[in-house]
Design a binder for this molecule. Structure first.
Ligand code: SF4
Length: 832
């Protein structure tokens, strides 16, 4: 570092491979300079420096070439591929364009021979050869150049240059450095040291991450000024787990109650996220997609809940209510018109915004230039008052600026894209928002970073996480558009297992020199995947890492057992009918949450009919059929044709008008299914003795103990002896002992039986299921119906509900909880 410091003072330029390295060296240099006013040190990443040099050269030498930005390059590759004969056979032109751009940069960086001989050996490389010739031809005709070629175009100059922290210098970089600074030097930014190092294996990835977090906590406690790094082999795949476990260990208090802001954390994860993943930009993209006419149900919900839509916070409750209402018929998509209709009654401010938005949308051209789309897009967003009217934090301001930069970048594509449709414009903008990365934020005392970014840096303590045989070294990464042999011959990184091994060995040596205290770790299992220790760790000795210590940063949490809700108010009636007792019997907390608090999951979009719709349709068809037939005698008398007509007519009447062409087709299929099902059921009913249907879907008010509610009986048949039989239609499986014990699984028939005003001849489930048509219940002996027992059990359950008993007590965990929406609320898994 002292050498770099003195070179910078002598006017040298220092080039680094990563922005992090440049930042760290700058900070160290300024620390050594001490307080005062100094010239800004010349420390740059090599890419930024080449770009600046080229722009300077183009300005002073009157160079006519225009340097394409990343979006323009990608768009040009896309155009070239779309115009080629291979376009028809490609499923993902955009992905092919990204790969072609990578191949083009590799070709130049590693000085691979760009000849027909080298590149036309296979189908993929031959296609790339033709695309790259066309790409180069267009660039030449229009005086364009790109990032891959500018290092070769820089003229001879004299500049004293030091490169620091490079694991590999490409042939193109080397020849550039040779031309620019004959005396350029490669220096190690930090002195090699002799650290205490070791390796540790763990059972699972989570236990490995937890151990690293505890180790970092201990290291920070021992030395609050220490620089601690956790370098991760595959940070993209593990960053969510790391974020969660580090929060649990280092900020348990904040983890429980609120997410700590970046400033208060003792750790930071240095992984930039795409601009499109930011909620503000996500909202902008949803608004623009709505401009095409519709959004999926989930996207509509996300838009309605967004605070970045005009006056989103002020109208948030009304918009949440609108979101729930729009989900009722569970459509998969919602049009702008449907959203506007719903908003008019429930969220007037939003309705106003949507109306303005729709007006602008209707006036949009079918096709225009990107620069023109950029201004239409800004108008559409302004109409929806994006990004909201609240004040912004500096981080949010930065996001807005980056969005505007992405939009300007899109506007610069006129010459490449030409006139395009709104759909293409939105695709391109969304692509730009996904490819721009938000800065990872300032480093905290403990920094979690990808291994590549840790190389060449200096820390006090370093933990290298994820050193398994399959990720350290990782598998080769070949570009399919370049000949494999050529990539291997020139040593392109990742082109062979040997090459990866060599790279990893060098990187491991570098890591071993970068801290005083180093641990390399691996996990033996990731889910059901068995893992092994990386061969790179062979010579290191094993160390014991304390994993049981718990960071004592908060007082133990107070445990409160709260199982008692307030009793229900006198005279209160609750919706839900017999389901109230069913839920209370299955789990008192579920009954409290669903019936008293109305806590149910929001509907999600489903194509076609869900099981609930199917059940409703069947009940309705049977009701209409028996309304007409009335008696078993009429059923016996009816001809086949009459029955068929009766069933088909009932199906027609029971179906609601289809919402779209898909639902129309689904109804046709469902009609056939229902017809077969009801026909079979009537065949079964022919085998029963005589009866008259005396009631269908009759509602009655019932009262058990302190609870009053309405119950609706599917059907009541009167037998020739005057006794009545209560039937409850079922289309699926029923519990094996549905009415037994103090917590009956299906209390509805007991409720109807106990409250039935006349002499009962039986109670039964009418099971209407393919191949299973039957009556299942107590039908043979009316005296076997345990009315008194049922009354006692039902009264007890009803009184528990009325008293507010709300214990988290599923009858049979986990089966009872399987389809319960209240899991996140009751946190049953915490107590098991
Ligand atoms: S998830 Fe289980 S324990 Fe929790 S409320 Fe539902 S049924 Fe009860």
């Amino acid at each position: 570092l002292r050498e770099i410091h003195s070179k910078l003072r002598d006017g040298w330029t220092v080039l680094t491979p990563t922005a992090r390295m440049a930042r760290v060296l700058r900070e160290e240099h300024e620390r050594l300079l001490g307080p005062g006013v100094w010239d800004s040190p010349k420390i740059f990443t090599i890419d930024a420096w080449v770009r600046e040099r080229w722009l300077e050269f183009a300005w002073t030498a009157g160079e006519e070439s225009v340097l394409l930005n990343a979006a323009q390059e990608k768009q040009l590759w896309q155009q070239v591929i779309l115009e080629s004969e291979e376009a028809g056979g490609l499923l993902q032109v955009e992905a092919a364009a990204s790969l072609a751009g990578d191949a083009w940069r590799t070709l130049h960086a590693w000085k691979l021979p760009w000849t027909a001989y080298a590149l036309e050996q296979q189908e993929d490389t031959a296609a790339f050869y033709r695309w790259s010739r066309r790409y180069a031809q267009i660039c030449q005709q229009r005086s364009w150049t790109d990032r891959a070629r500018i290092p070769d175009a820089l003229p001879l100059a004299t500049e004293r240059i030091a490169v620091a922290g490079f694991l590999q210098i490409t042939p193109q970089q080397r020849s550039l450095l040779d031309r620019l600074g004959p005396g350029w030097e490669s220096i190690e930014p930090f002195e090699p040291n002799h650290p205490i190092s070791g390796k540790a294996g763990f059972q699972t990835v989570e236990s490995e991450v937890r151990a690293a977090a505890l180790w970092a906590f201990e290291a920070l406690r021992a030395n609050p000024k220490a620089k601690i790094a956790i370098a991760v082999a595959d940070l993209h795949a593990k960053h969510r787990l790391i974020e969660r476990v580090f929060l649990e260990v280092l900020h348990p208090d904040l983890f429980c109650f609120e997410s700590p802001s970046e400033q208060t954390r003792t750790f930071s994860v240095a992984l930039g996220k795409p601009l499109a993943a930011n909620p503000m930009v996500h909202t902008a993209l949803l608004i623009l997609r709505l401009g095409k006419g519709e959004l999926s149900l989930a996207e509509t919900g996300s838009l309605l809940r967004s605070p970045f839509l005009g006056r989103g916070l002020a109208e948030r409750t009304a918009r949440a209510v609108l979101d729930a209402a729009l989900r009722q018929p569970h459509p998969t998509h919602l049009s702008l018109a449907e959203l506007l209709d719903g908003a008019r009654t429930k969220a007037p401010v939003l309705a106003n915004l949507l109306a303005k938005f729709d007006k602008i949308r209707r006036g949009l051209p079918k096709s225009t230039m990107p620069s023109s789309w950029a201004s239409h897009i800004s108008r559409l967003l302004r109409a929806m008052e994006w990004p909201g009217s609240e004040t912004f934090s500096p981080a949010e301001m930065q996001v807005v600026e980056m969005w505007h930069e992405a939009l300007s970048e899109f506007a610069s594509l006129d010459a490449i894209c030409g006139s395009c449709s709104l759909s293409s414009a939105l695709e391109c903008i969304s692509d730009l928002a996904y490819s721009r990365m938000l800065p990872a934020g300032e480093d905290a005392p403990i920094v979690v970073l990808p291994i590549e970014e840790a190389l060449g840096l200096r820390f006090d303590c370093l933990w290298v996480l994820g050193c398994t045989a399959d990720s350290w070294p990782g598998p080769p990464r070949l570009n399919p558009f370049l000949p494999i042999g050529l990539q291997r011959e020139k040593g392109v990184p990742g082109s062979s297992a040997e090459n990866m091994l060599e790279y990893t060995a060098k990187a491991t040596r570098m890591l071993l020199e970068s801290a005083d205290d180093i641990v390399f770790s691996w996990a033996g299992r990731d889910g059901d995947r068995e893992l092994r220790e990386s061969p790179m760790l062979g010579r290191l000795s094993s160390v014991d890492v304390e994993t049981t210590a718990v960071a004592p940063v908060i007082a133990p949490l107070e445990e409160v057992l709260d199982v008692q809700a307030p009793p229900i108010p006198k005279g209160a009636k609750y919706r839900g009918g017999t389901r109230i007792l069913q839920l209370q019997a299955a789990c008192p907390f579920r009954a409290f949450a669903e019936v008293r608090l109305g806590s149910v999951a929001m509907e999600s979009g489903e194509s076609g009919l869900n099981p609930r719709d199917r059940g409703k349709l069947l009940h309705e068809v049977l009701r209409i059929v028996w309304n007409q037939l009335q008696t078993s005698a009429r059923l016996h008398q009816a001809s086949d044709k009459e029955l068929d007509d009766l069933i088909r007519g009932a199906i027609r009447k029971s179906q609601w008008p289809p919402r779209d062409a898909f639902e129309r087709e689904v109804f046709l299929l469902e009609a056939d299914r229902l017809f077969a099902l009801v026909k079979d059921w009537l065949k079964f009913e022919l085998t029963r003795g005589s009866f008259v249907v005396v009631g269908q879907e009759h509602g009655r008010s019932v009262e058990f103990g302190k609870l009053k509610f309405n119950a609706r009986v599917d059907r009541v048949d009167r037998l020739p002896n005057g006794f009545e039989v209560i039937l409850d239609y079922k289309t699926g499986v029923i519990a094996s002992s549905p009415w037994e014990g103090p917590r009956p699984a299906e209390p509805q028939l007991p409720v109807y039986a106990v409250s039935h005003p006349t002499q009962l001849g039986g109670v039964a489930f009418a099971i209407v299921a393919q191949g299973e048509m039957k009556l299942s219940g107590l039908l043979d002996n009316p005296s076997s119906i345990p009315i008194a027992d049922w009354r006692e059990v039902l009264t007890q359950i009803a009184n528990d509900f009325a008293r507010g008993v709300a214990t988290v007590d599923p009858k049979q965990h986990p089966d009872t909880c399987q389809y319960c929406d209240s899991k996140p609320f009751c946190r049953v898994s915490d107590g098991q």
